[in-house]
Design a protein around this ligand. Structure first.
Ligand code: PMP
Length: 407
């Protein structure tokens, strides 16, 4: 039997505390989620019983640590339905995964005059690495805009694809607007031109179905810390056919096969892309987060989170002078808003004084804020342990803050 969603809150010790003399209402999950006790325990267990460097020692702890690290890789591969375990590369997170691809792909496949397509809905992590790579390779950096609903225009996208396009990079869920982008369709259209697609799943892997084979994604990246796992661990998934031909990003120990002054050859996958000592505890903790998430029925969880989002959007839209940004047909987990005449930062400070944690500012998406003509927004974002009481507290808090600030 799958786990009851309403019992989840009790699994997260950090949620059970007071902040500024109020019970914590944690609604900054797009920045990072809290961790369930099982993930925390897995880290403590690793450091208190297993700690050893992996792949290099033949003593008992080294063997056990290596096995636990590789078991975590198998769990993650199963979680995203990768065809092969070695298509899962552990990195520090989404940002490092995208930098890996931008460097490696740029070096091998991008020539002056080529084009890379990103969207105006990207986090800086899926924007700046491509922008800089295009500058280095003298390629054109092309940005697919979003419309008044906060959605991407696929007709325009189709027109942007051409024989010079080398790669498309797009997020599945926008961290600022919550738009669920049609990545299946984007991948299908790009593949008609043999163009590979990177899916930034940082805001989707914890909320939406995750199946790299069904998506036919060439590259799929995410961070552990936004899906109930530890910080400092993330995933770079790539189809084997790409990983085989891409050059390594970081170099050093572990990623080599033979090293002489004249020549260096590389290790097999996935190690070719995992130079140096990896975050072994982080990978094991991420494996524990995967196990935790898999206790829930995925469809039930998605429905629960979607209902909760709709409830929150309704509560907020009932507040006078409150502006909700974007109106995409499909939105996930993000409530982006401002109140006319009130600075987002001031709203955030007052909510914090009531124990309500939200994010304010640009959310690492200046191109989105510029398109909306705002300096920033207030962003509440949901996780599986949130409930209607959290959103009631948010709406009441916003109303109270308005009264205080507009007095
Ligand atoms: N992409 C998106 C859509 C994100 O929301 C984030 C984190 N806010 C990132 C990339 C970067 O993730 P990280 O900081 O974990 O590398």
């Amino acid at each position: 039997m799958s786990k009851n969603i309403l019992s989840a809150k009790a699994d997260f010790p950090a949620l059970n505390q007071s902040v500024n003399d109020h019970p914590l209402v944690y609604l900054d999950n797009a920045a990072t989620t809290q961790k369930p006790q099982v993930v925390i325990d897995s880290l403590v267990h690793y450091y208190s019983r297993l700690n050893a460097n992996i792949h290099r020692g033949n003593h008992a702890l080294a063997v056990q640590a290596t096995e636990a690290y590789e078991a975590a890789r198998r769990k993650v591969a199963g979680f995203i339905n990768a065809e092969r375990n070695h298509e899962v590369i552990f990195t520090r997170g989404t940002t490092e995964s995208i930098n890996l691809l931008a460097y490696s792909f740029g070096e091998k496949f991008v020539q002056p005059g080529d084009e890379i397509i990103v969207t105006q809905l990207e986090h800086h992590s899926n924007y700046v690495p491509w922008q800089l790579m295009c500058q280095r390779r003298e390629a054109a950096f092309r940005v697919l805009p979003f419309d008044e609903h906060g959605e991407l225009d696929l007709t325009l996208f189709q027109r942007m694809l051409n024989e010079k396009t080398r790669l498309v990079a797009v997020n599945q869920v926008s961290n600022s607007l919550g738009t669920v982008n049609p990545v299946e369709e984007i991948i299908r259209l790009a593949h008609e031109h043999d163009i590979p697609v990177l899916v930034d799943a940082a805001q989707s892997v914890q909320h939406l179905p995750r199946d790299v084979r069904e998506l036919d994604a060439d590259f799929y990246v995410f961070s552990g810390h936004k899906m109930y796992g530890p910080m400092g661990i993330g995933v770079f998934y790539g189809k084997e056919k790409w990983l085989e031909v891409l050059p390594p990003f970081l170099s050093g120990g572990e990623m080599i096969d033979l090293v002489t002054p004249e020549k260096v050859t590389f290790n097999v996958l996935p190690y070719k892309f995992e130079a140096g000592t990896p975050n072994v505890a982080g990978a094991i903790g991420l494996g524990a987060a995967v196990d935790y998430l898999r206790q829930f029925d995925a469809a039930e969880l998605q429905k629960y989170e979607e209902d909760l989002l709709a409830y929150g959007l309704q509560l907020l839209s009932d507040i006078p002078d409150l502006i909700i940004y974007g109106s995409p047909k499909h939105r996930s987990s993000i409530l982006p808003f401002n109140v006319a005449g009130i600075q987002h930062y001031d709203m955030g400070v007052l909510l914090d004084s009531m124990g309500i944690a939200v994010r304010t500012g640009q959310h690492c998406t200046q191109p989105i804020m510029d398109a909306l003509h705002v300096s920033g927004t207030v962003r509440a974002s949901l996780a599986l342990y949130n409930d209607r009481a959290d959103l009631d507290a948010l709406a009441a808090g916003v109303r109270r803050a308005i009264k205080m600030l507009k007095r």
